[in-house]
Design a protein around this ligand. Structure first.
Ligand code: HAM
Length: 428
């Protein structure tokens, strides 16, 4: 007996798949509204695509192995390096800015917990070839519009936006050294989850003194574009470093999305390649992990494909979003609604039923019939269980009269309809 799927992997029964497909449909619909084209890449990639560019965290979570040809390969844990390679390979030919989206299944060997599995599907939307902050604003707006399309409002979800350049400038301007930055970023990232003393200890280990530590904690607490701008005004290059963030926040305001957006410098993001604006979307209760995350990564295509192209994008998984949807509304009905269930009264009616089924299916009408000789009662039971709206009953008398009995399975009412009509899918 092979009892269960692997930990962190899902069997998708029809209702679950219908639910997932409804998520995909909304993702595709919003991506279309934003003028994005869909692409895909291979689920298995050369290991080195991830080991150098994505950063420690994701590398530790790789499903990596050697294939039968001795190549080191990995199941894709994220889509961004594949996208960078694909765009890099055709960089000249593609019209910029490129707006592409994809819904890959991704694999990460994570500790399984709420909102975290070992496989998930992730909508990726990326804009490539545009360095200006309106591209960043466009993608943050898209994440919000996706949530709006699912029926969520600003009391349900919030986009938290930061900029690594702002963090760098504030921290370097306050006396931290370049070498201390990664640790300061780590502490800022954890500042809402880990007690202050533990964080202070992490800082002191890399030689960040009391005064600088206080600055790190103050930076982590900045929560508006005004306070961030005021802090930036006090350090060298501050004004320039804050320009993108200011433009993004203003643009989102112009789009009428301010209520959904907060400046929050504790958003640092785990992946190594981000270079500027970074953002994450959370449920307001902050009970779940990030619904989506992304940011600007202007150097990745150069590192992977040797072409200079600025990029910004995000990934939104189906797991956290699915939990949020399940919490707030009912699950989606499984599709596969039948238009009619064909009932053969006796053995000699089976051939006419097969013929009728073939003809109706050719016309795009969804029909099913019993795959073995069964009493009418059994056939009608199956028809009801399948959710068919009607049964079309064919017996010797009906065939002689060139009619079928069409029975409405909701009301139980039935009537005779000419076979010539039924064959065309007209059931009344
Ligand atoms: P990420 O933050 O690693 O970013 O993942 C984005 C989203 O995918 C998360 O916010 C979460 O919803 C979902 N996710 C990630 N890991 C899991 C998991 N183990 N189980 C369930 N859901 C998960 C990226 O992957 C970037 N490549 C996104 C990006 C695209 N940046 C620029 N373009």
């Amino acid at each position: 007996m092979q009892g269960q799927a692997l930990p962190g992997f899902r069997d998708s029964y029809p209702e679950e798949l219908a639910f997932r497909n409804s998520i995909f449909a909304t993702w595709r619909e919003v991506a279309r509204r934003y003028g994005f084209q869909e692409y895909d890449g291979p689920p298995l990639e050369p290991l080195e695509l991830y080991t150098e560019k994505s950063g420690e965290e994701i590398v530790q979570q790789l499903y990596a192995f050697e294939d039968k040809g001795g190549r080191k390969v990995a199941l894709r844990p994220e889509m961004t390096p594949t996208l960078a390679r694909m765009v890099g390979a055709r960089a000249q030919a593609l019209k910029k800015p490129i707006r592409w989206f994809s819904i890959p299944q991704l694999f990460r060997y994570e500790r399984q917990q709420r909102g975290r599995l070992r496989e998930h599907f992730q909508l990726n939307m990326d804009i490539i070839g545009e360095a200006g902050p309106l591209a960043d604003a466009e993608l943050i707006a898209a994440t919000i519009d996706i949530m709006r399309a699912f029926g969520f409002g600003p009391t349900d979800v919030q986009a938290r936006v930061s900029d690594r350049r702002v963090l760098r400038t504030l921290l370097l301007g306050s006396g931290l050294t370049e070498a201390q930055l990664p640790t300061a970023f780590e502490v800022i990232d954890k500042s809402e989850r880990v007690p202050g003393e533990a964080l202070a200890e992490i800082l002191s280990k890399v030689g960040i003194g009391q005064r600088e530590a206080t600055i790190v904690f103050e930076v982590a607490k900045l929560r508006s574009i005004e306070t961030v701008s005021a802090a930036l005004a006090k350090v060298k290059g501050g004004d320039e470093a804050g320009e993108s963030l200011r433009t993004v926040i203003a643009a989102l305001g112009t789009m009428g999305l301010s209520e959904f957006v907060a400046v929050d410098l504790t958003i640092v993001r785990g992946l190594a390649y981000y270079t500027g604006i970074v953002f994450e979307l959370f449920d307001r209760g902050k009970e779940l992990r990030a619904i989506c995350g992304g940011g600007r990564y202007d150097n990745l295509i150069r590192e992977i494909a040797g072409v200079d192209l600025p990029c910004v994008g995000f990934g939104m998984g189906d797991v956290v979003l699915g939990e949020l949807l399940a919490e707030q509304r009912k699950r989606v009905e499984a599709s596969g609604q039948l238009d009619a269930f064909l009932v053969a009264v006796g053995g000699e009616d089976v051939a006419p039923v097969l013929q009728l089924a073939a003809g109706l299916r050719d016309r795009g009408i969804a029909v099913e019939y019993a795959l073995r000789n069964q009493p009418i009662r059994k056939q009608l039971e199956l028809a009801a269980a399948r959710g068919a709206s009607r049964a079309v009953i064919i017996g010797p008398d009906e065939r002689k009269a060139k009619v079928a009995v069409v029975r409405d399975l909701k009301t139980g009412k039935q009537r005779k309809v000419a076979l010539t009509k039924v064959r065309k899918g007209v059931f009344q």
